[in-house]
Structures are given as structure tokens and as C-alpha cells.
Ligand binder design. Structure first.
Ligand code: FAD
Length: 314
């Protein structure tokens, strides 16, 4: 109650007992006690400080485009950064706040004749989510263009991190390891040369490829699994005979077996059952354990698959 009073008195936008499915690109997820939308990094810091002081269970999210939320929801506070969205381009450097949409930032960079961010035009997340995940596509990754970030460490101390501090690897960054919150980041690009294909044209070609290969007309969270070394999750799932497999309204996409799509009223547990099935079947057929790329919020009844030999070692 005290927390709610503080939010009201500070004029900070929030929703109470609201379904998270309204936020997630999967259109799945039960209620959170509070969903808060800070409008500035200062408001974000205030909310985080209060949540820490009052020991309130909380998670910072961006556009929820890589998240499966439990049907039971989240017994705590979701802090969504999507309204902290200022960014500017100065020469070949872009500075963006955590909630700026990566696709918009990348498109503006391409329009300004800058190359290096074409890969990001079709990724539907925020700058914060993209740096946290080291998002990437078409041979490009955030780590290739990242310059610095202003973050808060677990104790909410402000820290500035350069590229070498970030421990980027495939869909991984230091933010994940140390529960850091990204406030803003800078990216450094290059001006396209006359002989280069124009960055905008390249970005449009990537977007066209996405529309051809990905089931973009259905709600999803993109690729569910990380790419295993020298292989593709979608191909393994397809070769395991699971393309089009459906549980409730959750379905392994016919168009791209690496995606699970929501055909209408899919439950998070249906998605978890498909994840388990895909992991188990692929493991039994090919000996490869698929690791989820998507992040989970809340509690699930269906576990992730753990091979027996790994279980025995525990
Ligand atoms: C149709 C579709 C296509 C996609 N294609 C791609 C693709 O090509 N490549 C790719 O990499 N991904 C892809 N994705 C997944 C997703 O868009 C990316 O992972 C994106 O970077 C997530 O950003 P977000 O703002 O939505 O993060 P969220 O989903 O909101 O959060 C993801 C994680 O980041 C954390 N987080 C978010 N903001 C912050 C912050 N400010 N500070 C600290 N932690 C934070 C959250 O706690 C969570 O753990 C796709 C998704 C969809 C739906």
C-alpha cells in the first residue's frame, strides 16, 4: 500500500493487477501486482530504489518480446522501460535510452547513411533488452556496434561499462550475470562508402527475408531456442518431425520451426509443454540439447527438459 501511495503521489504511471499478456509479444501471461511505466531514467532509479528499500520482488523489462510469462502471472512488480525512449544521432555515434525501440534507432541510423545497424531493423525489442540479450541477426550482433552503457549494479550504484567490460557472447552479456539494469547505451557506426549497398536498402532486404521466413502475423517471442553450435534449432525441430505440432493454441510454426506461435488463446503451460517436447525429441534423436533463448517470468508447472545422464550427475 505504501508503495502504491508513493507511486500515486509521485505521479508515476502504473497499472494494478493487470494481465501481462497485454505487454508481451506472445500475448500470453497472467497478472502482475503492479506494472510500472517510468517516463525517465530518474523515475526508473527512484522506483528501483524504493523497490530495493521495501524488498519488493521486481523485474525490469523492455518490450517483452523475448519473454514467456506464467499463466499464474508474477507476484511482484514489473518495471517496463518502454516510455524512456529518447535517442539521438551525433555524427556516427548514437546515444539511446533503455526503452528506445531498437528497430527505430537502427532505421534512423540507416537513414542517416550509417552502416552496421542494418541487422537490427527487424528486432522488436528495446535498447535495454537488446544489450542484455546481445541481440543479433544476419551476422550482426549488438556487441559489434556497442560503445558504452550506463548501468546500475545490483546495489543500484551507477557504473559505466565499455565494450570490454560487457562479457558479450552469443545472446549473453554481463547484465545477465550480475542483474544490472541498463539506463542508456551508445553505439558507434561507420558512414557507408559510395560503393556500399545503401544501409537502408540492406535493412529493407533483411526485413523482406524476415517476412518470407518468419511467422510474423502471429504473436510469438521470436526464436525460442538458442542456435546450437554448427546447427539451427529450427532445422533440428523440423527434422524431428515437430513442425506444426500443436498443444492447445500454442503451435510450432509451419513457416519456421524455431518459432512457437500463439494461434489465439495459447497458455504459457502449452508453450512450456512444446518447449519440453522439442527439447526431449531433439535430444533423443540427435543428442543435442536445445537451450531456451527466451526468458521466463513467474512459476511454471511444466519443467524444462533435463537429460537423464545430466539428472544423475546432480
Ligand atoms: C518476431 C520476433 C523476432 C525476433 N527476432 C529476433 C532476432 O532476429 N534476433 C534476436 O536477438 N532477437 C529476436 N527476437 C527476440 C527479442 O526481440 C530480442 O531478444 C530483444 O532484444 C528483446 O528486447 P525487449 O526489450 O523486448 O526485452 P524483454 O523481452 O522485455 O526482456 C528480455 C530480457 O532483458 C531484460 N531487460 C530488458 N530491459 C532491460 C534493462 N533496461 N536493463 C536490464 N535488463 C533488461 C529483461 O529482464 C529480460 O530478462 C525476436 C522477437 C520476436 C517477437
Amino acid at each position: 500500500m505504501e508503495f502504491e501511495m508513493y507511486l500515486k503521489n509521485s505521479g508515476i504511471e502504473f497499472l494494478k493487477d493487470h494481465p501481462l499478456k497485454d505487454l508481451t509479444t506472445f500475448k500470453i501471461g497472467g497478472k502482475a501486482r503492479y506494472i510500472i511505466f517510468p517516463k525517465s531514467t530518474e523515475e526508473l532509479v527512484k522506483v528501483l530504489t524504493l523497490a530495493k528499500d521495501k524488498a519488493i520482488n521486481h523485474v525490469v523489462v523492455g518490450n517483452c518480446s523475448n519473454i514467456l510469462v506464467s499463466d499464474k502471472g508474477f507476484d511482484g512488480t514489473i518495471i517496463a522501460t518502454v516510455k524512456i525512449d529518447f535517442f539521438k544521432i551525433d555524427g556516427n555515434v548514437i546515444e539511446a535510452e533503455c526503452g528506445a525501440m531498437l528497430s527505430q534507432v537502427a532505421r534512423k541510423a540507416c537513414e542517416a547513411g550509417l552502416k552496421g545497424f542494418e541487422f537490427a531493423v527487424g528486432i522488436p525489442g528495446t535498447v535495454g533488452g537488446a544489450v542484455y540479450m546481445n541481440a543479433g541477426a544476419y551476422d550482426g550482433e549488438i556487441k559489434d556496434v556497442f560503445e558504452w552503457a550506463e548501468v546500475l549494479d545490483e546495489n543500484l550504484n551507477p557504473v559505466e561499462l565499455g565494450r570490454a567490460d560487457m562479457r558479450f557472447s552469443y545472446r549473453h552479456s554481463r547484465l545477465k550475470e550480475e542483474k544490472m539494469v541498463l539506463l542508456r547505451a551508445a553505439f558507434c557506426l561507420k558512414f557507408a562508402d559510395k560503393e556500399d549497398i545503401s544501409p537502408l536498402q540492406k535493412a529493407n532486404e533483411f526485413s523482406k527475408r524476415r517476412r518470407e521466413k518468419q511467422p510474423l502475423s502471429y504473436p510469438s517471442a521470436g526464436s525460442v531456442f538458442k542456435r546450437p553450435p554448427n546447427n539451427y534449432a529450427g532445422k533440428l525441430i523440423e527434422d524431428a518431425g515437430l513442425k506444426g505440432y500443436r498443444i492447445g493454441d500454442a503451435c510450432i510454426s509451419e513457416k519456421h520451426a524455431g518459432f512457437i506461435i500463439n494461434l489465439g488463446d495459447a497458455k504459457a503451460e502449452d508453450v512450456r509443454k512444446l518447449i519440453y517436447l522439442a527439447q526431449k525429441t531433439v535430444y533423443e534423436k540427435f543428442g543435442i540439447l536445445l537451450e531456451p533463448e527466451i526468458q521466463f517470468i513467474g512459476e511454471f508447472e511444466t519443467p524444462l527438459f533435463v537429460p537423464e545422464n545430466v539428472q544423475n550427475r546432480r
